[in-house]
Design a protein around this ligand. Structure first.
Ligand code: SF4
Length: 344
């Protein structure tokens, strides 16, 4: 049966001594994934800027003067070109993001064609387009969209300090529609918004306690962009970031935890510790929507140093099979290879 997490339990995890937390996260990680494999996604901004929403961290909001050049919706040929390049560079999933409150009805046929074309290249497809209504969710699913990204960003309690133009419930509703349409969910949050540790814990509680845990959990570190209201936020201590990854891994053992925005500011050692804490997915490529992302070459060098294979780690198992696999793995208590992290 799916575990329901309490805030107290999760705060206790955050409070563990660092190495104990990391050790526990590693054990959970190794029960479920090959620690030498990292899934790679590439993210392309298909429509940049002029977003009517007011997310305080985002340079794409029309409310902040960040000098970002707005771009119209990319034409399909350019998207396909970018997807081919991403595939050649080793990406297995191609994510397409548009700075919208929600997709417009007239854009839907275009988006559906985009999904079909990218999928035909043999890539998994993901989109992030804002709020979806039920019909749009089904249209995208019918076109073959594998994943829909819709982040919860932070705790319900802290949320209104960051976004006022859409509610937390709007986000949960979109995730629910994505599920109803049969797509996989990618949803995570951001560390460094000015939230407290309890907000980080509460965000992870929200994600882990969803009726179905997201298959993909991006954990972002705030990129402080000049012109946004959060440009002068305090830096996040990297150990606190690593802790967040480790706790997410323990709570959501079957999900891909994605080391997302903010990787550019991390040295190799910090990234390696994130992988050790259970991160097993990255964005790969030089642009993360509008912010910089480490060059592919740098990633290659780091992967070589860490003996990380560049092949997909996607599981073909259904959720039920995943749960059974975990249960079987947990049964192997006290063997040399496995340790029952669930009883700690
Ligand atoms: S995060 Fe997304 S919804 Fe919010 S302002 Fe940026 S593009 Fe718009």
């Amino acid at each position: 049966m799916k575990k329901t997490w309490t805030l107290n339990e999760v705060e206790s995890l955050f409070g563990l001594p660092f190495f104990q937390l990391l050790f526990q996260a590693q054990k959970v990680h190794r029960l479920n994934f090959d620690p030498q494999q990292i899934q790679m996604s590439t993210l392309l901004s298909i429509k940049t800027g002029k977003c009517p929403e007011d997310c305080k961290y985002c340079p794409q909001s029309s409310r902040y003067k960040t000098g970002l050049k707005a771009e119209r919706l990319l034409d399909i040929q350019n998207v396909i070109k970018a997807a081919k390049l991403a595939k050649k560079a080793g990406a297995t999933r191609f994510c397409m993001g548009a700075a919208w409150k929600n997709p417009n009805k007239r854009d839907m046929p275009y988006l559906e064609t985009m999904v079909k074309e990218v999928k035909a290249l043999g890539l998994e497809t993901c989109m992030t387009l804002g709020i979806l209504d039920k019909q749009q969710a089904f249209q995208l699913a019918d076109a073959g969209l594998d994943y829909y990204n819709h982040n919860l960003d932070t705790s319900p309690e802290f949320y209104e300090s960051i976004i006022t133009t859409r509610t937390y419930q709007d986000r949960l509703d979109t995730i629910d529609k994505v599920r109803q349409a049969g797509m996989k969910v990618c949803s995570g949050g951001i560390v460094g918004l000015g939230e407290k540790v309890t907000d980080r814990a509460a965000l992870l509680v929200q994600l882990a306690n969803l009726p179905q845990v997201p298959e993909s959990i991006p954990i972002n570190m705030l990129i402080k962009i000049k012109g946004t209201p959060l440009e002068n936020n305090e830096d996040v201590d990297h150990f606190d970031f690593i802790r967040t990854i480790a706790v997410a891994r323990i709570m959501m053992p079957m999900s891909f935890i994605r080391l997302s925005a903010g990787r550019e500011d991390m040295n190799e050692q910090t990234q390696a510790m994130c992988f050790m804490a259970g991160a097993n997915s990255i964005f790969y490529g030089c642009k993360l929507l509008t912010a910089n992302n480490p060059a592919q070459e740098k990633d290659q060098i780091l992967f070589n140093k860490l003996n990380i294979n560049q092949k997909s780690t996607e599981t073909n198992l259904t959720t039920q099979e995943q749960v059974e696999t975990l249960e079987q793995a947990i049964m192997q208590i006290d063997t040399k290879q496995f340790y029952n992290a669930a009883i700690l």
